[in-house]
Design a protein around this ligand. Structure first.
Ligand code: FES
Length: 638
């Protein structure tokens, strides 16, 4: 592979075996650029200027440039002697290089908020397809058509109490005779025959996993003959025009039943639009989609089912129904097979929905190395803890700050949103320098939640704000200004932005971020306290949901959003609610386990927890930074 490929002009070979990727390229390129070209998920928090130390990689072979002063500052002597380098500093002169990326340098991201980590499960769907040749009716065999079918499939399904809808009965006589008595029987569990299809259609059976999020509806189309995902699609939840968060939608719904009907109608319509789109793209007939599994938070669950969520808004916040439901698709108006079923996973509590249960299934929380924790960060954040003895859960209203609302330049994670910020002091200009990254590489339009976390963490590390988030007086910088009498720090100058004005973070924004992170941090602390475990003993924290797509773990720890644990213990798992829904679609045994798990999870209501206010107030403060070493390494960009 290598020697034959080397020539005078392209005399560098870079192999990243762990990603099964190789590139033959010209000499003297910066390794970071080569790894970017190879699409290796390598961190480069400072954008490649040699001040963060996060692009550390292990290099063997080849001739490369000597370590720079940045590398000598940011890497230990031992690391350098073992072959560790900073990818943004090293240039490749010639030869074959093997590069490996240590876990701490790996960019943990799910590119799309529509997918996440998935656990493979054996295929055991609720849908069975049985191809049979029916005995023909004759004067010697005058059984009714349906009895003939039931008798013929009795070896495959327990057909004693099997049921069938009247619409499907009406189709039977012509179907069986037109297909020369060769038909495929489609059964849902052993309970219902949902279709009698002409000929052998066993190779065509589909199901849908649907995650109804407050802001987005995600649909995956699954081939039930082999478990593969055929297509993925999503759409914004149109209920957003009746309120951005669950409380405002709940408030709208409880005013009268017409409002509730409208909220249900718009979500069902949106689900059907996505289903139509996904099926036409995948060239699948809706009559071959026999089942859908639906997850969502408890308010979304109630609104989808047309259940008045009113009492979720009042203490003690109980749902109308928590257990799993199997509903005829036609009763909900969902556009799949006319006799298809919608299986709705159980909810755990008023503010811990079936999406959190699906998250727990997807990471197999019951069997994780305990204690382990799952956090789904959103306007309403759900936290689950397996202490080793029990699984407990709570929900905490983090508010919309992380989703871009309630802050001066906040935005959702849209194209042009700044999603990463890195601030350092450059002694050569005696001022702070900001490096940022925008989604899609567009000119900045605003800041999304992860950028607020980064900026707050850096301002705190650089002693620009104190542990209450207040700007310290007397710091000289062109970036520190008063806007509307509020101290602000300019992150992007107007001539760099798409909106034509400076993008900044101000003291009020920082306050919103501190309140949001305090809600989550208090939930984490209370769960640990309830389970009698020390947060430092936690073996793993899974961050679910789209927010984790952009969040920097170290910065989340610096501001106290996450507990002070080894950041290697934190894993982003993406939208795993849809993964949990898919597991339940593919395997009915998992479905049964989900129902059991929902009953076992103990819910803790934070609003009535005795020391909640005290813990919440304590959690607003930024935690003490134990080591300022990291900061000294951030001084002076070179
Ligand atoms: S990207 Fe190399 S040190 Fe920051």
């Amino acid at each position: 592979m290598s020697s034959s490929a080397i020539d005078m002009n392209r005399n560098v070979v870079v192999m990243a075996k762990q990603y099964d990727k190789t590139l033959i390229t010209i000499h003297n390129r910066v390794l970071l650029d080569v790894l970017r070209e190879l699409e290796i998920p390598l961190r480069s928090d400072c954008g490649g200027i040699g001040v963060c130390g996060k692009c550390k990689v292990l290099i063997t072979g080849g001739n490369s440039t000597q370590p720079t002063s940045s590398e000598r500052k940011l890497l230990s002597y031992k690391e350098l002697s073992e072959g560790y380098r900073l990818a943004c500093q090293v240039r490749l002169i010639e030869g074959e290089f093997e590069v490996s990326v240590p876990p701490e340098s790996t960019l943990q991201r799910y590119k799309s908020a529509d997918t996440g980590f998935e656990r493979p499960v054996p295929l055991l769907p609720a849908i069975k397809k049985i191809f049979v040749t029916l005995p023909r009716a004759s004067l010697n065999d005058t059984r009714a058509d349906f009895e003939r079918i039931v008798d013929t499939v009795k070896d495959f399904i327990n057909s004693n109490d099997i049921d069938i809808d009247i619409d499907d009965i009406r189709k039977i006589p012509e179907t069986i005779r037109n297909s020369d008595w060769k038909v495929t029987i489609v059964a849902w569990y052993d309970k219902r025959i949902i279709d009698v299809e002409a000929g052998d259609t066993r190779d065509s059976a589909y199901g849908l996993a649907i995650d109804i999020g407050t802001s987005k509806i995600v649909v995956h189309l699954i081939d039930l003959t082999n478990g593969s995902t055929i297509a993925i699609d999503s759409t914004p939840n149109p209920q957003a025009s009746y309120g951005a968060d669950i409380i405002s939608r709940l408030t709208y719904a409880l005013k009268d039943d017409e409002n509730l009907r409208r909220l249900q109608e718009v979500v069902i319509k949106a689900v059907n639009v996505v289903i139509d789109r996904i099926l036409s793209r995948a060239n699948v007939l809706k009559d071959r989609v026999y089942e859908a599994v639906v997850v969502g938070n408890t308010v979304m669950h109630h609104l989808f089912l047309g259940i008045q969520p009113k009492y979720l808004g009042y203490s003690p916040y109980v749902p109308t129904i928590a257990r799993a439901l199997s509903i005829r698709a036609k009763d909900l108006g969902i556009s799949i097979h006319r006799s298809g079923t919608i299986y709705v996973l159980p909810v755990i509590a008023g503010y811990v929905g079936s999406d959190a249960l699906a998250d727990a299934l997807a990471i197999d929380i019951e069997n994780c190395e305990a204690p382990c924790m799952l956090i789904d960060i959103g306007t309403n954040s759900e936290i689950l803890l397996n202490s080793g003895k029990e699984i407990i859960a709570c929900s905490t209203p983090a508010g919309p700050a992380f989703e871009g609302f309630g802050t001066a330049f906040g935005t959702r994670a849209v194209s042009g949103a700044i999603d990463q910020v890195f601030i350092y002091f450059d002694s050569s200009i005696q001022d702070f320098v900001v490096r940022y990254h925008t989604i899609g590489g567009e000119k900045p339009v605003g800041l999304c939640g992860s950028a607020f976390i980064d900026a707050t963490a850096h301002l705190y590390r650089l002693n620009i704000i104190n542990n209450r988030g207040r700007f310290l007086k007397g710091i000289k910088s062109k970036r520190i200004v008063e806007i509307n009498n509020t101290p602000s720090f300019i992150l992007a100058w107007s001539n760099e932005t798409k909106i034509g004005k400076d993008i900044s973070i101000d003291a009020k924004d920082i306050n919103e971020i501190l309140l949001a992170k305090a809600a989550i941090a208090a939930g984490i602390r209370i769960l640990a306290k309830s389970a009698n475990i020390d947060l430092t003993d936690i073996k793993k924290i899974y961050i679910a949901g789209s927010f984790g797509t952009y969040m920097n773990v170290e910065n989340a720890v610096t501001i106290g959003l996450l507990p002070s644990i080894d950041t290697k213990k934190v894993e982003f798992v993406g939208n795993i609610a849809i993964g949990g829904a898919k597991m339940c679609l593919k395997n009915t045994e998992i479905r049964r386990k989900a129902e059991e798990l929902a009953r076992r999870i103990k819910y803790i209501e934070l609003s009535t927890y005795p020391s909640f206010n005290k813990i919440f107030m304590e959690s607003i403060l930024l935690p003490q930074i134990t080591s300022r070493n990291q900061e000294s390494s951030l001084q002076n960009g070179g």
